[in-house]
Design a binder for this molecule. Structure first.
Ligand code: UD1
Ligand code: MG
Length: 474
């Protein structure tokens, strides 16, 4: 892939984002499963520029922490006196790069290929500035492109400064530009903060360049959706929808069936194997990896988990940071909390909660159980309502259940405790001591049947009722 070693990329990410009405800086808001600025940095570094610089201001440290792992450096803009001012404070960092590509940190849908096309057009056209634009049905909220004729631009007019006739202009400034740096600096020095906010607008440098006879080109983006910026919560939702749609389309191309796709939310790093079926209203989040031929039924939420091949998740399972091996069936309404591992062919039934527990191959926990800090061997059966009592109010303790164990329903296993291979626990037991292999553990009061007790009781009650009844009639 061609490197652009004469290009510095500058991402503007210092603003607060007043229109979002948020305590979180705008570029930290997420869409498509990532902070806005992370999308922009990823698209930028893939161009292999000389360097990527991010202008930071509001919540600078948080923004820095997101972009630094991608090899971007940051420049502090304090206070934030406008997009033009953001360039001026970055002059040193841009250094001797021949070209600078400027991107706003709040337009996260842009793709690397689009940036590459911009730079190539700029170089080919020997321009001083090249602006990426889009033609929108509703251009409100954006600066508008005032064309001179053909490919060239006379000025960018910010929305607040549009004349009534200019309101008809529907070609917008995406805020993504390529500049020839040597020509940009003198033009920017002439820009005055002649606007309501007393800011230095980068957009005003275009008219200055034009008046100096420099070539300013506009490149209409092939896909106008890539240019969408996020100034409001509604914009964020619109951009999020685009990312989700693109991700689902990619998975469907790779052989995944997604029913009612518009209801399914999948994060960017999720991987899914062929012939897996995702039912409506499912969320697959974080670094989740799903094998081939799985079925994830409606209402499941899976976070940072790995599913083997042929797994069935019945409706409404909630799974976090866990491993589910091949051919497991779980749910409906199963919950797996972090560090759970369900091995091949095991079954986890309805209303079962696992926490930091391993369920061995072919074992079953079919109904209404809490299994925490436990290790269950292979081919064991855990009866309905079994609870591992792992917490004594101070510490957590482990429960170990061997292979081919049978735990009767409604048992409480008070940890730390072990049940050996092949052992039985009688239903309703409260097990406080280890059960040896092949033994039966019974820990409950013996049953006593009192003959005729119930009918005698009923007679006594009826006799006691009579006088009361008479009283009422008086
Ligand atoms: C800007 C453009 C507008 C364009 C639109 C596209 C200007 C004056 N206007 O408007 O023509 O149609 O983007 O989305 O440039 N920022 C800084 N420092 C500052 C001010 C802003 O880093 O001092 C950053 C913001 O964090 C943001 C980006 O620059 O990421 C754009 O700023 P924003 O306030 O969103 O500009 P728009 O009003 O959207
Ligand atoms: Mg904006």
């Amino acid at each position: 892939m061609a490197k652009h070693s004469d290009v510095a990329i500058l991402i503007l990410a210092a603003g607060k984002g007043t229109r979002l009405k948020s305590s979180l800086a705008k570029v930290l808001h997420a869409a498509g499963g990532r902070p806005l600025v992370e999308h922009v940095v990823r698209a930028s570094v893939a161009l292999h520029p000389k360097k990527t610089i991010v202008v930071v201001g509001h919540q600078a440290e948080k923004v820095h922490a997101i972009v630094e792992p991608f090899g971007a450096e940051t420049v502090l803009q304090q206070p934030q006196n406008g997009t033009g001012h953001a360039l001026l404070v970055s002059k040193r960092a841009i250094g001797n790069a021949k070209f600078v590509v400027v991107l706003p940190g709040d337009a996260p849908l842009v793709r690397t290929e689009t940036l590459r096309a911009l730079v190539e057009k700029h170089k080919r056209g020997q321009a001083t500035a090249t602006i990426l634009t889009a033609v929108l049905a509703d251009p409100s909220g954006y600066g508008r492109i005032l064309r001179k004729g053909g490919d060239t631009v006379a000025a960018i007019i910010e929305e607040s400064q549009l004349t009534p006739e200019q309101r008809e202009l529907n070609e917008i400034n995406s805020s993504i530009y390529c500049f020839t740096t040597a020509k940009l600096w003198p033009a920017l020095a002439e820009v005055k903060p002649n606007n309501k906010h007393r800011e230095i607008y980068l957009t005003d440098s275009i008219a200055v360049l034009n008046s100096k006879g420099e070539v300013v080109l506009a490149e209409v983006a092939a896909d106008s959706r890539e240019m969408l910026g996020c100034n409001t919560r509604a914009d964020l939702a619109g951009v999020d929808r685009m990312f989700r749609e693109w991700k689902r389309e990619e998975l469907m191309r790779d052989g995944v069936t997604i029913q009612l796709p518009e209801t399914v939310l999948i994060d960017p790093e999720v991987v899914i194997g062929e012939d897996t079926v995702i039912e409506p209203c499912v969320q697959l989040l974080g670094k989740t990896k799903i094998g081939a031929r799985c079925v994830v039924k409606t209402g499941c939420v899976v976070h940072d988990s790995v599913l083997g091949d042929g797994v069935t998740l019945e409706p409404h399972c909630v799974i976090a940071a866990s491993r589910i091996d091949a051919a497991v069936i779980a749910g409906p309404f199963a919950r797996m909390r972090p560090d759970s591992h369900v091995k091949q062919g095991a079954k986890i039934g309805n209303f079962v909660e696992l926490k930091k527990s391993t369920v061995g191959e072919g074992s079953k926990v079919p109904h209404l159980s809490y299994i925490g800090d436990a290790k269950i061997g292979t081919k064991s059966n855990i009866g309905a309502g079994t609870i591992t009592c792992n917490y004594d109010g101070f510490h957590k303790h482990p429960t170990t259940i061997g292979n081919r164990v049978f735990i009767g329903s409604d048992s409480a296993l008070v940890a730390p405790v072990r049940v050996g291979d092949g052992a039985y626990v009688a239903a309703g037991s409260t097990i406080t001591e280890n059960v040896p292999a092949d033994a039966l553990g019974v820990a409950r009061g013996r049953q006593v049947n009192k003959k005729g007790w119930a009918s005698k009781k009923r007679r006594e009650l009826a006799a006691a009722e009579k006088p009361k009844g008479k009283k009422k009639r008086q």
